[in-house]
Design a protein around this ligand. Structure first.
Ligand code: SF4
Length: 267
């Protein structure tokens, strides 16, 4: 049987118009290579790209396998939606915590953690058995997370697959402000409903709206939808919405142009 090179099952390739992102979900490493190299690899023209093959071997991204070997995927791409939802709850200081927790409990929502946004941070505690932490309320702290330099944080397998289905920031959280209105996050001006209003007993309506925001992935976002980094890159929809004027506006803090492959590392 003829031997060929193949990527390990924990390596994911995402193609942009010019470049390919190679994500090593075992070590968390992220590499960017020109599409021409990735295509030659896929076409098994290994002898034309010896340096590339050497660098892939060095990074432990490829193995020698029989030509027709099947390498199973590490996990199914289309995992079912979980039946119950666990959320991070963000609260504004002064919010009636008991009332908010009762509201979510009545509607079958499990709160896995509470962040209370205040003037200063505090130690980790528990409220009604739920991990609770006071955080400093500072929207400007979100900007560095979306400032793209090309040096991406290590990517974990769970985060990669999560980013394919959910928004990396809004995917598993809701926020409630002092006036008991519900938002996708504590900094968002979008209102999903208000716990104090009688109509708010219709949790399904609120959840349908929340679900729409939770599931804005970079595959829907201007510019990012073309980008090879779209599943390894953090997303803040509130910054894009405020600065770009729409929920699917591109990240204003990213200099990369995936259509040209320029803007990072002085390119
Ligand atoms: S274009 Fe979008 S996905 Fe690509 S690097 Fe910039 S912010 Fe990330």
């Amino acid at each position: 049987m003829k031997k060929i090179y193949a990527f390990h099952q924990f390596v994911k390739l995402d193609r942009g118009p010019v470049n390919t992102c190679i994500s090593d979900l075992l070590k968390g490493d992220i590499f960017q290579v020109p599409n021409t190299l990735a295509e030659k690899f896929e076409q098994r023209k290994f002898s034309e790209i010896p340096d590339f093959i050497e660098s892939l071997k060095e990074a432990e991204l490829i193995i020698r396998v029989d030509e027709n070997a099947w390498i199973p995927p590490i996990r199914p791409e289309n995992e079912e939606e979980p039946e119950s939802v666990s959320l991070l709850l963000e609260l504004e200081e002064g919010t009636d915590i008991e009332r908010v927790l009762n509201f979510f409990e009545e509607n079958g929502i499990h709160i896995m953690r509470i962040h209370l946004f205040a003037d200063s941070a505090g130690p980790e505690e528990r409220v009604k058995g739920i991990p609770f932490k006071k955080m400093e309320k500072d929207f400007s702290a979100c900007k560095p997370l979306t400032t793209i330099t090309g040096d991406f944080e290590n990517i974990h397998e769970d985060a990669y697959f999560y980013n394919k289905k959910y928004n990396s920031c809004w995917g598993s959280k809701l926020a409630v402000t002092r006036d008991l209105s519900i938002h996708p996050c504590i900094y968002s001006g979008l209102v999903l409903g208000n716990i104090a209003e009688p109509g708010c007993s219709n949790w399904e309506d609120i959840w349908n709206k929340a679900d729409k925001y939770r599931k804005i992935t970079k595959s829907q976002v201007d510019t990012c939808k073309e980008c090879e980094f779209k599943f390894v890159c953090f997303d803040c929809r509130e910054i894009a919405r405020v600065e770009g004027g729409s929920l699917t506006a591109s990240n204003p803090n990213c200099p990369y142009d995936p259509l040209k492959g320029t803007g990072l590392h002085g390119q």
